[in-house]
Design a protein around this ligand. Structure first.
Ligand code: 13P
Ligand code: SF4
Length: 305
């Protein structure tokens, strides 16, 4: 009898499938994935998977929806339908329309962490790695930005435009957990360490960091930094990838309990079942997908330069 890992390998070949995984997946899933990345890298990868028929997406719902929007002729599967990002549900399409009416001269720049219906209402999308570039790329001086208030704050510090967070208090429950007191303690314990923080963390936590970076930004930064020790302020499994790629460096979690339970619903077993039964397929209705695709493509285009 084949092990789950062997079976996944066999099924991938038989069904011409690939596995894409976000940086927050556990090490065993990162190992079986064909590609591991941050949300922008996954989005770009999903925009050019011509050669495969099936994609198993090991990321939360909005990431798989984005892949489905970009690939109407392929099967996009997720291993568990409950892997939803709570932040993405904090802004629905009707709210976006309401804010656009309130601010008719503003452009809606939405984080990819939104559901497809909300994406369809956006002028353009962004991720934490390209948010500043995206906001700077559009002509409007007034920007409706959501749903993450902390990312909106981060962008507002970097650009000379008016950033209006929509909704007023959208947040990620994982990144909200990081605490300034813990960072003070870690700084005093590891004086020489560099503190890297995700822009979904609270402003005072971002202010304390040496660098505020997306998960992909952290990977790139660590690879070229001469520093040896890093304190990492994002989801706990980010350290799994950082350690794997930098065995000579030391990584300290700013909070080891910072676990995205939603990302963690995937296991090697349910990935195997997902491939075997071709369930659960992620579908986005044609009208929504057509509109959302325009905003996604604009973001991808800008990110290439
Ligand atoms: P990245 O864009 O940095 O991968 O972040 C995605 C995310 O969901 C962070 O919580
Ligand atoms: Fe959503 Fe936060 Fe999990 Fe990212 S870490 S998927 S923003 S809940």
């Amino acid at each position: 009898m084949l092990s789950d890992l062997q079976e996944i390998k066999r099924l991938k070949k038989e069904k011409n499938a690939i596995i894409l995984a976000h940086n927050y997946q556990t090490g065993d899933i990162q190992e079986i994935a064909d590609f591991v990345g941050d949300s922008l890298e996954l989005c770009i990868k999903a925009s050019k998977i011509d050669e495969s028929d099936i994609v198993v997406f090991c990321g939360v719902d909005f990431m798989a929806e984005t892949a489905a929007i970009l690939n109407s002729n392929k099967k996009i599967l997720i291993p568990d339908t409950q892997a939803k990002c709570p932040m993405a549900c904090m802004l629905n399409a009707e709210d976006v329309r309401k804010f656009k009416k309130m601010y008719p001269d503003a452009a809606a720049v939405l984080y990819v962490n939104t559901l497809a219906e909300a994406k369809a209402e956006a002028e353009i999308l962004c991720t934490s790695s390209n948010a500043v570039k995206v906001v700077e790329s559009i002509p409007q001086e007034k920007i409706l930005f959501g749903p993450d208030r902390n990312l909106a704050w981060y962008v507002s510090k970097k650009v000379n435009k008016e950033i209006i967070p929509i909704p007023a208090h959208g947040y990620c429950y994982v990144h909200k957990m990081f605490d300034l007191g813990d960072l003070h303690f870690l700084r005093s314990k590891y004086h020489d360490a560099e503190i890297l923080i995700h822009p979904e963390c609270d402003p005072e936590v971002q202010n304390f960091a040496d660098n505020v970076l997306s998960t992909g930004g952290m990977i790139r930064h660590v690879a070229r930094s001469p520093k040896k020790t890093f304190i990492i302020g994002t989801e706990a499994d980010m350290i799994t990838r950082l350690r794997g790629e930098n065995p000579d460096k030391i990584f300290i979690p700013a909070l080891s309990d910072a676990i995205c339970e939603n990302m963690k619903l995937y296991t090697v077993k349910n990935i195997k079942n997902c491939l075997l039964n071709e369930k659960f397929e992620v579908k986005v209705d044609n009208n929504t997908a057509k509109k959302a695709k325009v905003a996604i493509k604009k973001m991808i285009e800008i990110s290439k330069n």
